[in-house]
Write a protein that binds this ligand. Structure first.
Ligand SMILES: Cc1cc2nc3c(=O)[nH]c(=O)nc-3n(C[C@H](O)[C@H](O)[C@H](O)COP(=O)(O)OP(=O)(O)OC[C@H]3O[C@@H](n4cnc5c(N)ncnc54)[C@H](O)[C@@H]3O)c2cc1C
Length: 334
């Protein structure tokens, strides 16, 4: 089977670090390249230092292309997108892979337009088929699930859903000695009509639960007192809180906090279920969370087989302790 053309992935080294997302993208592309029998490389906005380079090497990245003065374009993503498209065209990339985060999802449509490429966002899986790929995606908090075929007749730009990324190092991955090369656009594309002046991150207390990173959820096992403690814990830890149907029915929160089949489908990095039995109506809405931790007094509660980590404990004892610990570590002042 012939290769499908070169894969380039964008790793932006935020705060000069090869972070979890960057490592996971390298893992993703190294696997995609192996399964697709094709070459790959990475694009960065600044030159990686020794530690970062070791990370690229661990995932077998053959080359790292650093955009000269790349960081200076971060507040003009439309211009950066055009510059990256120029680079992708020059390197004859068939597939450009970006993370589905704020920056990646802004750059992707700009790059796709500049490259006259196909665009697919929030990709959750990719499989080699004949000359191209079969890609699956799940969007809008799981409300849309679809599969698409890419036939390799023109370039493809994808953003990968963060929840589908993992830093796994395949045993078959061979460490590399990446070739690091600086790259500068021959001519700067036209400037952007607008640039970013300020960025306000989402507030976990008010963010739509389908977008939340970390959720602590209260079930019927919470009393009014432990529910208040949980809300305070969420505020101190700056994480989102959710509830099950019976808790919503008590009138303690609005409908937008209800998680499950008729409530929000959530896909956080961490979902902590407190006093939740684990009915299929609830689990159906949380099953795509990256990590589920459950606390329940009943060792036979059905939530446990659905959790990555489970603790048999009474919330009346656990929550005050968690709260004390959080206050000591993070500070509980209002
Ligand atoms: C059509 C339909 C749609 C539904 N949609 C949803 C939905 O979207 N979301 C949803 O959540 N539900 C939904 N439900 C309801 C769902 O079937 C369950 O009834 C509900 O999820 C149970 O909520 P719970 O786990 O909070 O309560 P329970 O099932 O009553 O569980 C409470 C748990 O708390 C534990 N517990 C008690 N005391 C303590 C303590 N002190 N410390 C620790 N643990 C303790 C118990 O062991 C128990 O496991 C739906 C139902 C139907 C029929």
């Amino acid at each position: 089977m012939a290769g499908i053309g070169k894969i380039l992935t964008f790793v932006d080294l935020p705060g000069n670090e090869l972070d979890e997302t960057g490592r996971a993208l390298l893992s993703y592309c190294s696997r995609l390249a192996t399964w697709s029998d094709t070459s790959w490389g990475s694009i960065t906005l600044n030159a990686p230092d020794g530690d970062q380079l070791a990370g690229f090497a661990a995932y077998g990245a053959p080359e790292v292309i650093c955009v000269a003065d790349g960081d200076s374009y971060l507040n003009t993503p439309a211009l950066l997108g055009k510059i990256l498209a120029q680079l992708a065209a020059e390197k004859s990339a068939a597939i450009v892979v970006l993370p589905h985060n704020d920056l990646g999802s802004t750059l992707a449509p700009v790059m796709a337009a500049a490259l006259d490429a196909a665009l697919l966002t929030e990709v959750t899986g990719a499989r080699r088929t004949g000359a191209g790929l079969r890609l699956s995606r799940s969007a809008l908090g799981g409300r849309i699930a679809e599969a698409k075929a890419w036939d390799a007749s023109r370039p493809l730009v994808i953003t990968v859903a963060l929840r589908s990324l993992s830093q796994v190092l395949l045993p078959s991955a061979r460490p590399s000695s990446p070739v690091v090369a600086a790259w500068r656009p021959a001519a700067l594309p036209d400037g952007p009509a607008a640039g970013v002046i300020t960025r306000i991150p989402p507030d976990p207390q008010t963010v739509d639960l389908s977008e939340a990173e970390v959720i602590f959820s209260a079930g019927k096992g919470c009393s009014a007192a432990t529910f208040d403690q949980l809300k305070e814990l969420c505020r101190i830890l700056n994480v989102s809180f959710g509830v099950t149907r019976p808790v919503y029915d008590l009138g303690w929160t609005g409908f937008e906090r209800m998680v499950g089949q008729t409530g929000r489908t959530v896909t956080p990095r961490l979902y902590v279920a407190l006093g939740i039995s684990g009915s299929m109506h609830h689990v159906g809405g949380i099953k795509d969370s990256r990590r589920i931790v459950a606390i329940n007094i009943d060792p036979k509660a059905p939530i446990f087989p659905n959790a990555d980590e489970g603790f048999v404990a009474d919330l009346k004892e656990v929550l005050p302790r968690l709260l004390d610990r959080a206050k000591t570590r993070v500070g509980g002042a209002a």
